[in-house]
Design a protein around this ligand. Structure first.
Ligand code: FAD
Length: 383
């Protein structure tokens, strides 16, 4: 029987990993709880670092990497720091940096990235399969059980089932997530001449942070296309799900303690959250408040910032984890998806070595875990 890999979860990490194995002919099946391709459309853009782009380039067939580049927005090459009056403190990076096919930052719609990652995997992805538990089988194989009463057997089970990972709960029950006490309120604002005029030009060549009193910060980033020809427009979806529209994203980070009743805040609609954003930025630059006023109300959301607690290394076996399933981090650094993609690259490369007889399975799986520690440990996971 050929070496066969089971993947639980078809998010950014699981799909990249499946693509990486598929590209090299390693047998893989992915199980996703959603019922259809479109169930997990998420509206916001995602920022992919040069390392993340290289990992995608490694894992994807050339025509899919081409599509990833073609559907990305203008690159973000600078990062600015401002005070709450939008006075520049520091700008790093180079706004004239040449765009590179691989080695440059890319801003991509999650919807477009998902379409790319799902391409060509129709015979790999099984929808409507909610993983419940795994079981060790005699002879070193492993069985995944699903809510619908079915099961699947393989030689290695890879958990890419995100923050609430059921695989993690079984394998590492002591690895928990922690509420940081902080939250984020975010929204999309249509990018037009008026909203463009509110912000410094640097923010259209990159992104920026505004620092205010009481430790509050606002993150601003524009997602702007060079041309629309490569992305199919879905205007009926509204700005949140329109993956072809130019927009500015704002994101306020503060603590629940400062904002008041958490239960009440989590039940608020867009208009109420917009009011919360106004109150949180009272006294800040009028440009920011004008931007908040122009927000698309359906796109405003509030969410808690959580992180993983450090876990000690564990014995390498035939079950392992990648992405948020093992190192969930607050989105404030913009590295969670990038780390999931790097995990996928490293583990798929190692398994290709194993399948070619150049590495043992323990080296392939254990080595990929050690390889990603330096990156993830700064944000959550430690040995
Ligand atoms: C607002 C926001 C902005 C962000 N911006 C960035 C950014 O700019 N750059 C960046 O690098 N990161 C960013 N991140 C983080 C990034 O989104 C995550 O780190 C990334 O999605 C993790 O990928 P994953 O594949 O591990 O998990 P996910 O993408 O969450 O995928 C998990 C998958 O598993 C499936 N699943 C779950 N349970 C089961 C089950 N029991 N059975 C079967 N399937 C299951 C889910 O349906 C899902 O498809 C951001 C996060 C947020 C919230």
């Amino acid at each position: 029987m050929p070496f066969h890999v089971l993947v639980i979860g078809g998010g950014i990490g699981g799909l990249t990993f499946a693509q990486g194995l598929r590209k090299s002919g390693v047998s893989v099946a992915l199980y996703e709880r959603d019922r259809a391709k479109g169930d997990r459309l998420q509206g916001y853009r995602i920022h992919i670092t040069p390392k993340g782009c290289r990992a995608l380039h490694d894992c994807l067939p050339p025509e899919l990497y081409d599509r990833f580049v073609a559907t990305s927005g203008k690159p973000n090459t600078t990062l600015g720091f401002y005070d709450d009056r939008l006075r520049e403190l520091l700008v790093i990076g180079d706004e004239n940096a040449p765009e590179h096919y691989i080695d440059s930052f890319k801003s991509v719609s999650r919807i477009s990235l998902r379409e790319v990652l799902l391409s060509g995997l129709d015979d790999v992805v099984n929808y409507g399969k909610t993983f419940t538990r795994y079981e060790q089988l005699p002879g070193g194989r492993v069985r995944a059980h699903f809510e619908d009463g079915t099961h699947a057997d393989g030689d290695l089970l890879v958990a890419a089932d995100g923050v609430g990972s059921r695989v993690r709960k079984q394998l590492l029950p002591h690895a928990e997530r922690q509420d940081t006490g902080a939250l984020s309120v975010s929204a999309k604002v249509p990018l037009d001449d008026e909203t463009r005029s509110l912000l410094p030009p640097q923010l259209f060549a990159g992104s920026g942070f505004l620092f205010g009193p009481q430790g509050k910060t606002v993150f601003l980033a524009a997602h702007e296309f060079r041309s629309r020809s490569s992305v199919a427009r879905k205007p009926e979806a509204g700005l949140l799900m329109d993956n072809a529209a130019d927009y500015i994203m704002w994101n306020i980070v503060t603590t629940w303690e400062r904002l008041g009743d958490r239960d009440k805040l989590e039940r608020m609609d867009g208009a109420e959250l917009q009011q919360v954003a106004f109150e949180a930025t009272e006294g800040w630059t009028p440009q920011l408040r004008k931007l908040i006023a122009r927000s698309d109300l359906d796109s405003i959301s509030i969410f808690p910032l959580k992180t993983s607690t450090p876990v000690k290394g564990w014995e390498t076996g035939n079950v392992t984890l990648i992405g948020d399933a093992i190192h969930n981090m607050p989105p404030t650094a913009g590295v969670g998806a990038n780390t999931a993609i790097l995990d996928a690259q490293l583990l798929s490369r190692n398994l290709i070595e194993y399948a070619g007889g150049r590495m043992s399975l323990a080296e392939a799986v254990g080595g990929s875990r050690r390889g990603r520690y330096p990156c993830a440990s700064r944000v959550g996971l430690r040995r």
